[in-house]
Design a protein around this ligand. Structure first.
Ligand code: ZN
Ligand code: ZN
Length: 358
């Protein structure tokens, strides 16, 4: 059985051949991880037409051998320099690099080390490859979503009024860890009352009061893969305006989910959902994009935002997360993480979207 990482490197090698490149210097660590399994915090990867060399420093020699046993490995005090030397001795003439990652400073150093070798911007080739997941990756994201669902169910079974946003956020993260998460996939958002009108509010010492909207945006990290979900509840009783805003966001979110299919364009999905909210007179109260891909990073390709030309494909996990935010009053966002499938999206975040009045 070929290792998944070898399969991924083969796909990159096919791109190198198409572009007449002898090798690619992969410096973005998340891409190195995707192509080798190596998750250290320093290192780089040189992918040639028919081989690859992973380099890191002495702290990671053992970890490289354990995580990337099928790749040639180099330990060097200056891993990038070692890989540039290697490209030279291998006789490479055109080498791709990740222009979105390499600083101008390091690019200058690499160019100096490579001498007459031509450096060519590779573009986000590995990121594009990463957008479509294999089933083993989807399974890890599914597990991360299940952990978050369980933690949320436990959290809302207990009292919320009288607690601070920070306390609730810490509690939710602890429960995710207790259910097997390696950690939270990003800083948990808990936003109460008027704070819920701030899309990316950071939890404060504000005490949650009865009758308020409470927006929670959170996720779990499992084996490097992220989950992402938002639910908005009312710490009861619910007012009519809260129910109306909630119903609108729920309707818009469902319209978005219904349109998720292979071939759909990110910008068109965004527009479709935005039209539902705009039609209800709340265009100015929906101030962010519809969604994003999720995987080894919490935000990755594809993007679902105005004018995005990204085309959805089978096995892409994406979020659908519209919101309506009324300044100084409160806001509602509903976010699911779903996998694009030919027969309609597979919804990984299974917590109910009926308005929960706690
Ligand atoms: Zn989120
Ligand atoms: Zn999100």
């Amino acid at each position: 059985v070929p290792d998944v990482h070898a399969t991924r490197r083969s796909a990159l090698q096919a791109t190198l051949a198409e572009r007449d490149l002898d090798a690619a210097l992969v410096t973005r660590l998340v891409n190195v991880r995707y192509l080798t399994g190596f998750s250290g915090s320093a290192g780089a990867l040189l992918v040639g037409r028919d081989g690859a060399v992973l380099a890191s420093d002495g702290r990671y020699t053992t970890q490289m051998a354990r995580q990337a046993p099928d790749v040639e490995r180099l330990t060097a005090a200056a891993p990038l320099r070692a890989l540039c030397d290697r490209a030279g001795t291998d006789g490479a003439r055109r080498v791709g690099f990740e222009a979105h990652d390499l600083t101008v400073e390091v690019h200058g150093q690499v160019a100096g080390l490579l001498g007459n070798v031509e450096l060519v911007a590779l573009g986000r080739v590995v990121e594009a490859q990463r957008a479509v997941k294999d089933e083993s990756e989807i399974e890890l994201i599914r597990q991360a979503c299940a952990v978050a669902d369980r933690a949320f169910a436990e959290l809302i079974a207990g009292p919320l009024a009288g607690r601070t946003e920070k306390d609730v956020a810490g509690d939710l993260e602890a429960r995710m860890r207790a259910h097997g998460a390696d950690g939270a996939s990003f800083d948990t958002i808990v936003a109460s009352g008027p704070n819920s009108a701030v899309p990316h509010h950071r939890p404060t010492d504000r005490v949650i009061e009865p009758g308020e909207l409470l927006k929670l945006d959170f996720g779990a990290l499992v084996a490097g893969y992220h989950s992402d979900m938002t639910r908005t509840v009312v710490v009861g009783p619910a007012a009519d305006w809260q129910r109306e805003v909630y119903a609108l966001v729920q309707q818009a979110q469902q319209a978005g989910l219904d349109a998720v299919r292979p071939g759909a364009i990110g910008g068109e999905l965004d527009a479709l959902v935005r039209d539902v909210i705009g039609g209800a007179g709340h265009a100015d109260h929906y101030t962010h994009s519809l969604g994003h891909g999720v995987g080894l990073e919490i935000h990755e390709a594809p993007t679902l935002r105005p004018d995005a030309s990204d085309r959805l494909a089978d096995r892409m996990p994406v979020t659908v997360e519209p919101g309506v935010y009324l300044p100084d009053r409160g806001g509602v966002r509903i976010e699911d993480l779903v996998v694009v499938r030919p027969g309609g999206p597979e919804i990984l975040t299974t917590t109910t979207k009926e308005l929960l009045v706690l």
